[in-house]
Design a protein. Sequence first.
Length: 363
Amino acid sequence: MKTKEQLLEILNQFTLSEKPVSAEPFGNGHINDTLKVTVETGEIKYILQRINHQIFTHVDMLQNNIHTVTTHIRKKLEEKGAEDIDRKVLTFLPAKDGKRYYFDGESYWRVCLFIPRSKSYEEVNPEYSYEAGKAFGNFQSMLADLPEGALGETIPNFHNMEFRLQQFHDAVQANPAGRLEEVKELVEEVEQRAEQMCIQERMYREGKLRKRTNHCDTKVNNILFDENGKVLCVIDLDTVMPGFVLSDIGDFIRTGANTGAEDDANLDRIGVNMEIFQAYTKGYMETAKSFLTPTEIQMLPYGGRLLTYMQTVRFLTDYINGDTYYKIHHPSHNLQRTKAQFKLLQSLEEKAPEMDAFMGQWL
Ligand code: ADP
Ligand code: GN1
Ligand code: MG
């Protein structure tokens, strides 16, 4: 990591109205590095992020997408006369050369305003879950009229299950870290479910499912709440791109409705909190029902299973490949994550009939 002086020098490349004095690590992201920036008054004023350009290889496209999304949302909020808009949408600040990022010869950096009096959570209660559901429905509906082609695919095939399985099969075939023997049973479990988890790609080819603008990383901790538990803002916009609507419902169920942690070492802690699922769905349907098709509504619980399966496959692929993608905190972290996600998938499978029945009220 950079020294304090180097970080201040990087910050100095941006057009900031207040003088930064320090930058400290912040949040629990697996991909980028996030820092909170304190200014002379002692207040936190900015967020500085180092973009992982091994993963987001087209930084120009990435930052243009984010600009398109944030300006579009800002316009929507202005049109409906919303108050406190600066806390309801992220504001990115340009570098002094006018670019939407700064390249220091090694890494790419970006800066946005820190949203004051905001908080993100790793876990939510039903009330917050309901608010989150409404927020993601709103987010999708505000972006629904973006013209086709307005956003590039920052990571091509990001939530394409057929593609993720292809990567998985390549890893199994190559076995580059010699870990295959240890994960044989998990590989088998993945294979058994492969066909049923690629329904969306098949339906899309048959013209039965459309793509929409999605967030594609709707983890609980990518929402900022205010001091009263109301949602201020959806953040972490790197993966906003065209995709299937179930992605966004699915990733919230995967993270919000899990009674354990994403990487819980104690599998007994992992299960599905039905109250959270129901509250989120209720909120989401309030803001999204008008644009969802009956097929999408019916498939919503499948979205939870699909995203949990996809995450199991992605963590297992990374473990087999020798940990080349996700940041890890110990050598078997990706295996631990895989086991935890697989346990959650099994719990979601058990609850599927109950979840499907809950959707009946909107069909
Ligand atoms: P990562 O890719 O590391 O997940 P995020 O953009 O999600 O990056 O930021 C990590 C955490 O930092 C968030 O969960 C949130 O708590 C906090 N955060 C990010 N941006 C802001 C902001 N503009 N204002 C306040 N907090 C923020
Ligand atoms: C990554 O950056 P972060 O931690 O919000 C990943 C998501 C995964 C998630 C799993 C670009 O998100 O797709 O679902 O980890 N982001 C990317 O926790 O791969
Ligand atoms: Mg995040």
